[in-house]
Design a binder for this molecule. Structure first.
Ligand code: PGA
Length: 214
């Protein structure tokens, strides 16, 4: 299996023009790379502009239903648009939007039903064990201490977590940068890919990460 790299742009950048610039530069930078699967997960509003490109698209969240839910986006809408993956249960949503395990389980169920592929973020084994079904999920191990802090998780400790998570596809996320840690999480710790946040907004840095794990 090719390593899977998710570029999670979070709530960035601030305009469509900037989003397209970043997207086009990334496309050019990775155009000859075949042995890494790259998924771009921009904010919802930019998704339609990025269809039919080299990249597979992911959303950063979705709701568990359609209908009278002001402000929400359903899995079906994303699927019909051409999105393939959805990130669920990100620690920033658990923290700032009070997403609970119950809400995340409902989202997982709806996403699987729609045919989208859920990437479910867990910070520890407690969160992992709260998932009602783990079959067909991509798990992203994202320790809270490492997300957006610049303090990437110790590779040896990450390896132990990888062994404890009995799923075929597990990604590591949390302050992945190009210096050397990107390839260690795959080569040494045994993860199948990476969830890259901050560094995915920096074209040079992101391309370097992709090249290092090729
Ligand atoms: P980070 O974020 O790479 O900025 O730490 C990772 C993530 O939360 O997706």
């Amino acid at each position: 299996m090719k390593p899977l790299i998710i570029a999670n742009w979070k709530c960035n950048p601030k305009s469509l023009a900037e989003a397209m610039k970043l997207f086009n530069l990334l496309s050019r930078g990775v155009k000859d790379i075949e042995n890494v699967k790259i998924v771009i997960a921009p904010p919802f509003v930019y998704l339609p502009y990025m269809l039919n490109s080299k990249f597979i698209l992911g959303a950063q969240d979705c709701f568990w239903d359609k209908g009278p839910y002001t402000g929400e986006i359903s899995p079906e809408m994303l699927k019909n648009l051409g999105t393939e993956y959805v990130i669920l249960g990100h620690s920033e949503r658990r923290r700032h939007l009070r997403e609970t395990d119950e809400m995340i389980n409902k989202k997982i169920k709806a996403v699987l039903k729609s045919g989208l592929k859920p990437i479910v973020c867990v910070a520890d084994l407690k969160q992992l064990n709260s998932l009602k079904e783990i079959k067909n999920l991509i798990i992203a191990f994202e320790p809270v201490s490492a997300v957006g802090t610049g303090n990437a998780y110790n590779v040896e400790k990450a390896k132990k977590m990888r062994k404890a998570i009995k799923c075929p596809v597990v990604l590591y996320g949390g302050s992945v940068n190009y210096s050397d840690n990107a390839k260690d999480y795959i080569g040494k710790a045994g993860f199948q890919g990476l969830l890259v946040g901050g560094a995915s907004l920096d074209v040079r840095r992101f391309i370097e990460i992709v090249k290092r794990i090729c």
